[in-house]
Design a protein around this ligand. Sequence first.
Ligand code: FAD
Length: 395
Amino acid sequence: MSELDTFRAETRAWLEQNCPASMRSPTPDNETVWGGRDASYANPDSKVWLDNMASKGWTAPTWPTQYGGGGLTSEQNGVLQSELQAISARSPLSSFGLWMLGPVLLEFGNEQQKLEHLPKIVRGEIRWCQGYSEPGAGSDLAGLQTKAIRDGDDYVINGQKVWTSYANHADWIFCLVRTDTTVKHNGISFILFDMKSEGVTVKPIQLISGDSPFCETFFDDVRAPARNQVGELNKGWTIAKRLLQHERTNIGDFGTAQGPQTPMHEQAKKYYGENAQGQLANSTMRHELAKYQVRQRAYGLTYARVGAELKAGQGDGAASSILKAVGAELNKHRSEMMIDILGSQGIGWDGDGFNQWEIMQTRGWLRSKANSIEGGTTEINKNVVAKNVLGLPTK
Ligand SMILES: Cc1cc2nc3c(=O)[nH]c(=O)nc-3n(C[C@H](O)[C@H](O)[C@H](O)COP(=O)(O)OP(=O)(O)OC[C@H]3O[C@@H](n4cnc5c(N)ncnc54)[C@H](O)[C@@H]3O)c2cc1C
């Protein structure tokens, strides 16, 4: 038996013992685990599952063990992921710390910062938010105006961020600040601070749905210890861009999502019925589904290859923009098709006429519209691909 086979057998046995039965099904929205100081668990098994996985470092399987990670090779991680998939295990932790901050701390953080923050991210103890966009700085992110001025051992921060996802639930923020006003890209620094610091005000933005997934975030004379600056002063743009590459690779993963546990063509049969050969009765939808499944399969294979290279720090980081742009469109397309399949059952928001699953599809469809905006719009990602992947002239 090869080492990898032994690892697979041990992993399978461990999962059998440690993954609670109720964690072997798709995660309903209200059971997603984000962790944090004030975390609550709609399903108590979620906490058991998180703690079990964190005890192995398997919420961050390839991070080094000295920072709480699993220390797995990419091959071992591949085995772990396939064993998790085989039992339909839920993700134990959704976390901006895992997806975005952790990888850049591993690359750019000093030893003290890694030891302080990474283990808490692995265990889901601290929930992070992303302080990038400002009212006048979205696509043109380097135009940001939030200022940080050095005062003794601290920075004093003043300014405003916007669209800060879950700032109202986050414990800490990774934030881009202007530390030199005379230059653009070379005047930005990357800093971490506690959202409980005096002078931080968070105003949730109420959406038409009644949800408030993101916030306006104001900083009035917020003091952040200078030791929380990651990387060099005024060199934050390099870190900001690398973090975006990790964010984009992760958003690109939406394009590989299978959606509901029952395959889409089986779901479609429920709503359209079957013909005499047992096929989906609507031939146009049959054709659409087949075309989508071919695209999704091809994308899934490309994502597995390019995504693994990017996560391993190989290949061209700018390729994350390809994954992000294509993955966003695929996820939007999948959501559109689900609504087509549901017909009039796909326009429900609430109420007795619609079951929970149908409502989840409708809400998922509306949420998917943001995929081509969040993490950088599709237009901006196409610009990155044109310039940095294809090497096309900018003028
Ligand atoms: C669901 C969601 C969650 C988000 N979460 C966060 C978060 O947690 N933290 C955070 O900091 N930000 C967050 N954002 C903000 C997001 O990063 C910005 O919305 C995004 O970068 C676009 O910026 P903008 O909204 O200012 O649009 P703008 O920059 O004003 O763009 C408007 C339009 O102009 C186009 N455009 C702009 N410049 C160019 C150009 N050079 N070439 C071609 N087209 C161009 C854009 O593609 C877009 O269609 C989130 C956004 C969404 C939708």
